[in-house]
Structure formats: structure tokens, C-alpha cells
Design a protein around this ligand. Structure first.
Ligand code: G3I
Length: 474
């Protein structure tokens, strides 16, 4: 199971960003951030400023340590279209060429944003601005077509309370974000399309939920989106939340990749750097980490010394904490066991079972024997067929058809229970408890149904031990 999970995670990450170089022996400690991240199929990147590429201390560290680059300012709208209809890619290309000549990949940042718009765009509104946004996306993406690993299509569109940020773009209509993504997919079908924001690391924060709901909505309606970038600027009142991994796995469970895209931490706290790295490593669809600059002196908030190298280019203790975490990467997510109810020792892993509802006498069933990710499970008359046959594995997954896992689409009350390609995450791990309930490792909540009839959908809910939450593997 461990080996299979490692391969699955690696394939997913490689598949997302194309072929990687040969993977080093996972048992040998790698000496740089990029090579250490590659051991688990991930990347480790940095923001690069074109104006610093003449500094040899800067370029030596950047070329040695990183395998992904984001242009810090040079691919933003004010840089790429300073006058309407006149595109300028000189600084962006300088970074692109520097990176790719050294075998590094490049993330594009960013196409539609309320900030760093050229003056002419700032003064537009309504349908004129909407068209200007579409033209800008088409113009920039045409230039970089087929060249980039990902684009931050839309940046920072939400308020802290989870509502939409008011901006000239928002003023063109609430659908501006999906229009941006649809335009981007048509402009370059080969590049991954990301939504990128800050302060969406804490799962219980309003902004996180606002973005999550938008991504869920986009996935349900087929709006093209491939990834969510969590900027991970830990500064001032914001620091590494204990539920960061839950946030990453919850976004991932919607069917998108996640990445930490602009990491910096006040005074480069070693525990926060190690913790954010580990959270990413624990989530198979967390495909990489990018720090927002090389040395402290390169940072947009240099007075807080938030990066991995000091102003002289020396490795800081935070660097070591990140490298050690990357080198210790385990393919298996660590996940806290719920305190109650008590997992049963009698559940036997490895045999095919039906999951029989005590109240209904009906079985947990995948509708129409679907194998499609995201198909929600239901109660149905037990029939012993493959779409009702579940295997409890030693890593607490409940598999069906051998390749799909029982999967919680979120961790809150009422979250859907569905099937999804097995990925080793905690939202696909289940405890079979001695009181007859089955609870999710990530949420601590129990499988639950509101009724007893055929077609009743299964959800997770606070465990109460009542008959509608009791299921037996039999
Ligand atoms: O290049 C000019 C220089 O000629 C001029 O003399 C000077 C005077 O202020 O300004 C220089 O430009 C500055 C530019 O950085 C390059 O250093 C801009 O004023 C300054 O506003 C700009 O700041 C950038 C900021 O985005 C703008 O929003 C930071 O470098 C950049 O790190 C920061 O990055 C953002 C991400 O894109 C999105 N997420 C947050 C992150 C941090 O704010």
C-alpha cells in the first residue's frame, strides 16, 4: 500500500507538470530544495525579479536550489500591457529564458487582478473593461502558449469574510472570474489554470470558505480550473494554522491540484516553515511550494526577514527545517485519530464486504455502478454486486472496484460522501468503530443518512450513535 500510494502520488504530480528528471534515490538525503522536493514528485520554487538577475549571489542560489520560478512582477498586467493593445514581454521573457535555460519550469503570475493594472485599465469599467480583460488574457497567453507550467489566471478576488472583493473587475459582473478561466482555457489548453489568493490557509476562515465554495461551484458546472494557489504569506496576525493540511486536502478533494505559491513567514519561524512543508507533503495533490523571493533582502517585506536565505546569501535555520522535511517525505499522510468513538479491532481488513445500514437494512451503493470521481453514494437494496462491495484496507480506506475509495467531499456536517480515485488522504480514511458507526479520520464525523429509502444520499455528520449512523461491514 505504501509503495502504491507513492507511485500514485508521483504520477499525479508528474502528470500535472510534465516529465520530471530522473528521480533520485528516495533514501538518500538530497542537498538542495528542488532535488529534495523532486523525491516525492514535487517542485520547490522561488519568485524571481528580473532586476536582480545581474546579481551573482542571487542567481547562484536561485539556480542551485530551485526548480520552479514565478516572475515576481514581470508578467503582471502593468508590465505586459503598459499601453492598450501594446504588449511588452521583455522582462517576463528575461525571467522565462533565465529559468528554462537552467532546466527550471515557470509559473505565470498573474492575468486578472485588481492591483498592478496599467493606468489605462484602471480607468475602465463595464463591458469595455470586460473586453479589455479578455483581450489581455488572450494576448499574454498567446505569447507564452505551451511554455508555462501554470497560470494564476485570477488573483486575490475575495474579501476576508468570503465575499467578493469590490474592484473594477468585480463591477463588470459576478461572472468575471469564470469568464477569465474560460478565456484562458481556450487561449492555451495545455497550461494549468489556477486561482491564487492569500489568507485562505485556515480552513475555518471566511475567506477560505468563500474561495472553496467558488471552486466547488466551478467544478460542478464545468468551469475550467485546475489548481488553487495558497499564497501562504504568514505575517502579522496570520501564522501557520493547525488545520492547514485540512484546507489543502479539502481543496484537493474537489478535484484540483493545490500549491503553496508565495511563501514567506515572519522572522522565518522554523516550526512554521517545517509545518507548512509537511502539510503539503501530506497531501498528494499538493504539487509544490514556492517561496516569495531568495534572500531576506529580496523580499517585499524584508524588514521581517521572512525567507530561507539571509541578506548575505547564507542558509538560515528555516532552510534546514524545510530541507529536512522534504527529505523525510513519507508517501503516507499522517492523520490524527478521532478521540471518540473508539475504533474497533474486530473489523477485518482485506475482504470484500457490503456496508449495511442498521436502520434501513439497505446497503451503501454507487449509483449505476459509476466509476466517475465525485459520484455520491446512496442507500439501495443490497444486491451483492461490485458497486456495493467494499474492502477495508490496512490503511483504513474503503475501496470499491479496486481503484476507487469512499471519500468525504468536505469535513463539515452534511458533507457529501462520494467515490474518488484513492489518494491516501485523510478524507479517504475511515474508522470502523465498536459502537457500529464508521467515522472519517479527517472530520471525526460519522457516515449518516437522513432516511431509509432507496436513493437516500450518504453524508457525514456529528457522531451520535443513533440507528441512522450505524453501518456494519458484513
Ligand atoms: O520598479 C519600481 C521602481 O522603478 C520605483 O522606483 C519604485 C518606487 O516605488 O517602485 C518600483 O516598483 C515596485 C515593484 O514592486 C518592484 O519592486 C512597486 O512600487 C511595488 O508596488 C511592487 O511591489 C510588488 C507588489 O506585489 C505589488 O502589488 C512586490 O514587488 C511583489 O512582491 C508583490 O507580490 C504580491 C503578489 O504579486 C501577489 N500576492 C501578494 C504579493 C506581496 O504583496
Amino acid at each position: 500500500m505504501w509503495v502504491r500510494t507513492l507511485i500514485a502520488g508521483t504520477v499525479a504530480a508528474v502528470g500535472a507538470f510534465g516529465a520530471l528528471t530522473a528521480m533520485p534515490d528516495a533514501n538518500a538525503a538530497a542537498a538542495t530544495l528542488g532535488s529534495a522536493a523532486q523525491q516525492s514528485g514535487r517542485y520547490f520554487g522561488t519568485a524571481i525579479a528580473a532586476g536582480r538577475l545581474s546579481n551573482s549571489t542571487y542567481t547562484t542560489i536561485a539556480a542551485r536550489e530551485f526548480d520552479m520560478v514565478t516572475a515576481e512582477n514581470e508578467m503582471k498586467p502593468d508590465a505586459t500591457q503598459p499601453n492598450r493593445g501594446q504588449f511588452n514581454f521583455s522582462s517576463g521573457d528575461q525571467i522565462y529564458n533565465w529559468a528554462t535555460q537552467r532546466g527550471m519550469k515557470v509559473r505565470g503570475h498573474t492575468l486578472a487582478w485588481h492591483a498592478q493594472q496599467p493606468g489605462w485599465m484602471q480607468s475602465l469599467s463595464g463591458s469595455t473593461l470586460r473586453q479589455a480583460m479578455i483581450d489581455h488574457i488572450n494576448g499574454v497567453m498567446a505569447h507564452y502558449k505551451g511554455k508555462l507550467a501554470a497560470w494564476d489566471v485570477v488573483n486575490e478576488a475575495f474579501n476576508e469574510d468570503g465575499s467578493r472583493r469590490s474592484s473594477n473587475l468585480q463591477g463588470t459582473g459576478n461572472d468575471w472570474i469564470e469568464v477569465a478561466f474560460r478565456t484562458a482555457r481556450n487561449a492555451d489548453p495545455s497550461v494549468k489554470l489556477c486561482y491564487n489568493d492569500y489568507n485562505i490557509e485556515n480552513w475555518s476562515y471566511g475567506k477560505t470558505q468563500g474561495v472553496y465554495n467558488m471552486i466547488r461551484d466551478f467544478k460542478s458546472r464545468g468551469v475550467p480550473i485546475d489548481c488553487v494557489g495558497l499564497q501562504t504569506h504568514f505575517t502579522g496576525g496570520s501564522s501557520l494554522p493547525g488545520n492547514f493540511q485540512t484546507t489543502l486536502s479539502s481543496f484537493a478533494a474537489l478535484g484540483v491540484d493545490v500549491a503553496l505559491t508565495e511563501v514567506d513567514v515572519t522572522n522565518a519561524s522554523t516550526s512554521q516553515y517545517a509545518g507548512l512543508t509537511q502539510a503539503c507533503l501530506n497531501v498528494p495533490r499538493c504539487i509544490g511550494i514556492t517561496v516569495w523571493g531568495v534572500r531576506d533582502s529580496d523580499s517585499w517585506r524584508s524588514s521581517e526577514s521572512p525567507l530561507l536565505f539571509d541578506g548575505n546569501g547564507n542558509k538560515k535555520s528555516a532552510y534546514t527545517s524545510v530541507l529536512n522535511a522534504l527529505n523525510g517525505a513519507s508517501p503516507n499522510p499522517s492523520s490524527p485519530a478521532p478521540s471518540s468513538p473508539t475504533p474497533s479491532s474486530s473489523a477485518t481488513p482485506g475482504t470484500g464486504n457490503r456496508i449495511l445500514g442498521a436502520q434501513s437494512g439497505r446497503c451503501i451503493d454507487v449509483p449505476s455502478a459509476s466509476q466517475t470521481n465525485g459520484t455520491r453514494v446512496q442507500l439501495y437494496d443490497c444486491n451483492g454486486q461490485a458497486n456495493q462491495t467494499w474492502t477495508l484496507t490496512s490503511s483504513r480506506q474503503l475501496t470499491v472496484y479496486g481503484t476507487r475509495c469512499l471519500d468525504a467531499a468536505g469535513s463539515g456536517n452534511g458533507s457529501a460522501v462520494q467515490i474518488y480515485a484513492c489518494n491516501g488522504q485523510a478524507n479517504q480514511q475511515w474508522n470502523v468503530n465498536s459502537n457500529g458507526t464508521i467515522s472519517g479520520v479527517q472530520s471525526g464525523r460519522c457516515l449518516d443518512v437522513w432516511g431509509t429509502g432507496n436513493g437516500q444520499q450518504v453524508q457525514i455528520y456529528d457522531c451520535n450513535g443513533q440507528a441512522n449512523q450505524r453501518f456494519s461491514l458484513s
